[in-house]
Write a protein that binds this ligand. Structure first.
Ligand code: ADP
Length: 598
């Protein structure tokens, strides 16, 4: 583990040494990194070992000084590449240093100088361009020739076993062989795609077209592996994500969620999804921006130490759509609230003149100031009075719905007897029921507790349900009104034998102005506001309206209200757990309303 950490930190440090001009190109960045590593770290190690070499081999002072200068020069080559980004010049300079050392100190170094000679083109082959490699071969060959000719004085590099022209020919042959290896490697690299095996082709396809960034995270959450997609996704080379590079790219506010997801995936062993914003770089000229990403974190099986694989993908487009939807919903809600406000104001303004119309029509109808002639005027006055009453009812219902929806309906809870309230409501409906010879049957449970609720609102709810039952029942039918206590609730149900309501209409009941399709019932008067008022008032009491109905059989509307609506918090959960079946629909569920009372 410590080993892995060391390698990761080393890679991150080396990446930091690469010149900014090449950071974006991953393969170039790697070449630079390897050169800088060998020349700075390698020189450092060589420098550290120098004293040992001097002690053990009793190295002459001159050679020691030469070696030190060469090491310093190599270190400078590494620094040069790091600061300027000119790798090829760096390679040539480093080759010149090594060849110079071989030429100058050959006699002292012995066979080691042969190593230096071969090391030079080898190193160029690793990181140089073809031109640089060719130049290095040329420089090495020239060094051999110069050394063989004795121009540089002494035997130089060819001093020990390989002396004279024979040695030079031998070294040149070695160089030639090295060159042929290089050519073979180059040819293999350029081999056509057909020559590659299937796995290689699949891998190449994946590398080109994959849009998910794959990272491997160690136990501490640090990245130890990243795919090239980091360039496309975040504008960063994979190595810059190593260590805590990935973590740093996550938006500060999303970091806790990201860390939790990685740790959950590590411990739970299941894939964990998390959405985070990540910083994306767009080159030097443009400021980085945040993009939305989705990360799928999965623990990796078969690893010695636990690790997590994270697949990160760009979901900015999806997020933009989601934001647009939320915006549209908020706008629609705002429009609905302002509509309701408008309706409330309008209803209020309509009621004043309407009361005058009804009042004066009543005076005319009753002929308080003398008989109306011709008598048809009295009929008209009666019609005006009835229509006015109907209109006032509608306006009142509209006002109630809009106040409930706007959360401005005042609920004033007080104790009252539920039985008395239900009986009173039935009495009020009796004339309408009598008109249709409907039998109103009351079943009141004995010993019902006192209810704490708004009696005016409760009466309105019961009246609305009763009036629907009477309206939709056929002549001579029976309506059963039942009141009982169930736990912490008082249930008031109104059961009729009317046409019933189709299952597909049940979920829509309680929406303002909704009226069922009249294909299975005779058309009745109504505004489609009655149930919506009941639903709203029940919610304000933290109660429920449930409607069970079967077409052709009848309907049962059940009002479920807390015995004490001011202490309803505890019962809300109980209500929400009530089951909903196909022919039964919970029209309202208790919820909080801004500005609502009770
Ligand atoms: P309305 O003023 O139209 O009665 P409501 O909101 O009270 O408005 O009812 C909405 C619709 O639900 C009604 O138009 C009717 O189609 C249906 N409905 C309500 N109660 C009953 C019932 N007891 N029997 C059959 N249909 C009903």
């Amino acid at each position: 583990m410590a080993n892995q950490l060391f390698v990761t930190s080393l890679k991150a440090w080396l990446h930091g040494q690469v010149h900014p001009s090449v950071v974006q190109d991953q393969s170039s960045a790697y070449r630079h990194m390897s050169f800088i590593a060998s020349h700075t770290l390698g020189a450092g190690v060589a420098f550290a070992l120098m004293p040992l070499g001097l002690v053990w081999s009793a190295m002459p002072g001159l050679l020691g000084a030469g070696l030190l200068s060469a090491i310093a020069a190599l270190f400078l080559c590494g620094l040069f590449v790091s600061r300027t980004g000119r790798l090829q010049q760096g390679i040539l300079a480093s080759s010149a240093v090594l060849l110079g050392l071989a030429l100058w100190g050959g006699a002292l170094l012995g066979p080691l100088s042969l190593l230096l000679l071969l090391m030079t083109p080898l190193e160029a082959m690793l990181t140089g361009t073809r031109r640089t490699v060719a130049l290095t071969f040329l420089m090495t060959a020239l060094t051999v020739l110069v050394s063989a000719s004795g121009v540089a004085g002494g035997n130089g590099v060819l001093s020990v076993d390989l002396s004279g022209q024979a040695g030079a020919v031998f070294i040149l042959a070695l160089l030639g062989y090295l060159g042929s290896i290089y050519l073979r490697l180059e040819l293999a690299r350029q081999a056509p795609a057909e020559d590659r095996d299937e796995d290689g082709e699949t891998l190449a396809l994946l590398k080109t077209h994959m849009t998910d960034l794959i990272t491997r995270h160690d136990q501490r959450g640090d990245v130890v592996f990243a795919t090239d997609v980091s360039d496309k996704l975040l504008g960063l080379v994979p190595s810059s994500l190593f260590g805590n590079g990935f973590f740093n790219a996550v938006h500060v506010a999303d970091r806790p969620a990201y860390l939790k997801a990685v740790s959950d995936a590590m411990t739970a062993g299941e894939a964990v999804l998390v959405e985070c914003r990540m910083l994306k770089h767009h080159g030097d000229q443009v400021r980085p921006t945040y993009i939305w990403t989705e990360m799928r974190c999965m623990s990796e099986q078969g690893q010695d130490a636990p690790s997590v694989i994270v697949a990160t993908r760009d979901i900015s487009v999806r997020k933009a759509h989601e934001d647009a939807l939320v915006g549209a919903k908020e706008a629609a809600n705002a429009a609905s609230v302002s509509n309701m406000q408008f309706l409330a104001n309008m209803s209020h303004e309509l009621r004043t003149p309407l009361n005058a119309v009804i009042g004066f029509a009543d005076i005319l109808k009753q002929e308080l100031f003398g008989p109306l002639t011709p008598p048809r005027y009295k009929d008209y006055a009666t019609l005006i009075h009835e229509s006015g009453e109907h209109l006032l009812e509608l306006v009142n219902a509209l006002l109630d719905v809009s106040r409930i929806e706007a959360g401005k309906f005042p609920i004033v809870p007080e104790p009252f007897d539920a039985t008395t309230l239900v009986e009173g409501s039935c009495k009020l409906m009796a004339p309408a029921a009598d008109d249709k010879q409907i039998n109103l049957v009351m079943q009141m449970e004995a010993g019902l507790p006192e209810m704490v609720a708004d009696p005016r609102a409760c009466k309105q709810m019961v009246l609305n349900l009763l009036s629907n039952a009477v309206k939709f029942s056929p002549d001579g039918a029976e309506i059963r009104v039942q009141t009982k206590q169930i736990g912490r609730f008082i249930e008031i149900s109104v059961k009729d034998h009317g046409p019933g309501i189709a299952a597909e209409d049940l979920p829509k009941l309680g929406q303002p102005f909704f009226q069922c399709d009249d294909s299975y019932e005779r058309r009745q008067d109504g505004s489609g506001l009655g149930l919506s008022v009941v639903r709203g008032l029940a919610e304000l009491h933290k109660g429920q309206l449930e409607i069970a109905s079967t077409v052709g059989i009848g309907t049962t509307a059940t009002l479920r209200l807390p015995v004490d609506c001011s202490d309803a918090e505890a019962v809300i959960e109980e209500l929400q757990q009530k089951a909903v079946s196909l022919d039964r629909h919970i029209v309202s569920s208790p919820r909080r309303r801004a500005g609502g009372q009770g």
